[in-house]
Ligand binder design. Structure first.
Ligand SMILES: Cc1ncc(COP(=O)(O)O)c(C=O)c1O
Length: 471
């Protein structure tokens, strides 16, 4: 183990190298002077130093932001201060405090600024599951409606769809992901055309429900391309599960601009490194109203039933969803602090670059040893994310891969014995001819923004030791 604590963010962004790369690109584009950018880089590095991930024990290599993130010191401090403020004056805190009060206007405004949206597009939630449930239970589905989804969705999508199927009778079209050996080499156009062909069973569906980044394979589906697909297929709503993207991917512009989605639900507690029980629901149409959409978890349906839609007396839908009894507002205040931290250390685009660079290092090292074991796409960067998924393989006979749960769990356990936290993940892997097969189990490595190149080196060395002995 290195003597330097691998969880200090001193070498965040691997460290100044990336800033310098950015600096030259920006100079070429005439965006700013080298001096200004170097100063920014230094300032960002020093801000990161002031707010370390010191809660992670020294020597613990945490590579599992896809399950839960950690919290840097500034986020923990905001959470603790907010809880104390609440305890010292509970009534004022709940009723009127700008950061802790029930309407959450200030925090919604700040989340909107972070995501480049308007305040009335944002509702703060407990988690992704809650945002997706608000969406799917709120939309006015009818018995003959069709919803398109995939076989790799998390239960946060599957569960409400099952309820709608059983309760209302909607038809769910589940598209099957290609087999992992095909998937890993695909590009984004091929994959999207395979998943969502322009065929009669998909055309005219009410909703397309997919994930931005898949926890099972690490596939990222670019939001702009998903929008095009939804439009081509004349699907009304693009509903996206952003559990594995918020805090990893820059959602403010380009191919992954959140505004491509009609609804986007995501957490504060994973890649963003905010506290537990925090999340965001983005609603594109801030003027949504019943009967198109009902605020199901809300204390404000009365404001709709009794308001005049032509005047300004109706609550925006995001606020109707926000006011729902006593929420985890100290957590929301701390989530804002995580967003401020992200901005201070360079912003979402820079964080995405760091995460993807580390992920590339993991992918390259697996590919160089056992190219057949990799599940995550590795040739088209549009499909890449901070998740690297691979099947365990014999280090000395890398063509031998294992897809059973026991082996994947064993690798995870043995890495943990060496102070490295990854996880195993199960998913339905289609056979090479496309038919569905038994669940396959793989190992998943998340490279979060507190991880470093030296930690990836530790992982590689540990993998060699563990995989030499398996099977
Ligand atoms: C794709 C996906 N959706 C939803 C969830 C659930 O997230 P949350 O705890 O924020 O509801 C997860 C958790 O891992 C996930 O990976």
């Amino acid at each position: 183990m290195k003597s330097q604590d691998p969880n200090t963010s001193a070498d965040i962004f691997s460290t100044r190298r990336d800033f310098l790369k950015i600096s030259s690109a920006a100079l070429a584009a005439g965006l700013a002077t080298m001096e200004a950018l170097t100063a920014n880089a230094q300032e960002a590095t020093s801000l990161a130093k002031q707010c370390n991930f010191s809660a992670l024990p020294p020597g613990f290599v945490y590579l599992n932001s896809g399950t839960e993130g950690s919290m840097p010191e500034c986020v923990l401090a905001t959470l603790q201060d907010s809880l104390k403020k609440w305890a010292s004056d509970p009534t004022t805190s709940y009723e009127t405090d700008p950061a802790l009060g029930k309407h959450q206007e200030l925090n919604r405004e700040k989340v909107a600024a972070f995501l480049g949206t308007g305040r009335n597009n944002i509702c703060l939630t407990d988690n992704t599951t809650m945002g997706l449930s608000m969406t799917l239970m709120g939309l006015n589905f009818r018995p003959d409606d069709k919803v398109v989804t995939t076989n790799h969705e998390h239960n946060a999508i599957k569960s409400p769809l099952q309820i709608l199927q059983e309760r209302i009778g909607i038809q769910v079209e589940t598209q099957v992901f290609p087999a992992s050996e095909t998937l890993s080499g695909m590009d984004s156009n091929e994959l999207l055309d395979t998943l969502f062909p322009n065929s009669p069973n998909l055309r005219g569906a009410r909703a397309l429900c997919v994930s931005h980044v898949y926890p099972s394979t690490g596939v990222r589906l670019p939001l702009a391309a998903l929008r095009e697909k939804a439009d081509e297929l004349e699907i009304d709503y693009l509903i996206v599960d952003g559990a594995q993207a918020m805090g990893m991917i820059d959602l403010t512009s380009g191919a992954d601009n959140i505004e491509n989605c009609d609804f986007y639900a995501c957490p504060g507690h994973k890649w963003l490194n905010g506290p537990p029980s925090t999340g965001v629901l983005y609603v594109r149409n801030e003027n949504l109203r019943p009967p198109e959409f009902y605020p199901t978890i809300s204390q404000r349906m009365g404001m709709y039933a009794n308001c005049d839609s032509q005047s300004d007396t109706c609550f925006p839908i995001a606020e109707a969803l926000q006011v729902r009894g006593c929420s985890n507002t100290p957590g929301f205040a701390a989530m804002i602090s995580a967003m401020k931290f992200a901005k201070d250390v360079g912003g979402s685009a820079q964080i995405e670059k760091h995460i993807l660079t580390l992920s590339r290092e993991v992918k390259d090292s697996i590919l160089s040893r056992a190219p057949r074991s990799i599940v995550s796409p590795h040739s088209d960067s549009d499909l890449a994310s901070g998740l690297t998924v691979f099947f365990p393989f014999k280090w000395d006979r890398p063509e031998t891969t294992f897809r059973d749960q026991k082996t994947a769990n064993q690798v995870v356990r043995e890495l943990l014995d060496r102070n490295i936290q990854v996880r195993s993940i199960g998913f339905a892997d289609a056979g090479s001819s496309g038919e569905s097969s038994e669940a396959s189990y793989a190992v998943r490595v998340s490279t979060g923004y507190f991880n470093t190149t030296s930690q990836i080196k530790l992982l590689n060395d540990a993998l060699e030791a563990v995989l030499t002995r398996i099977g």
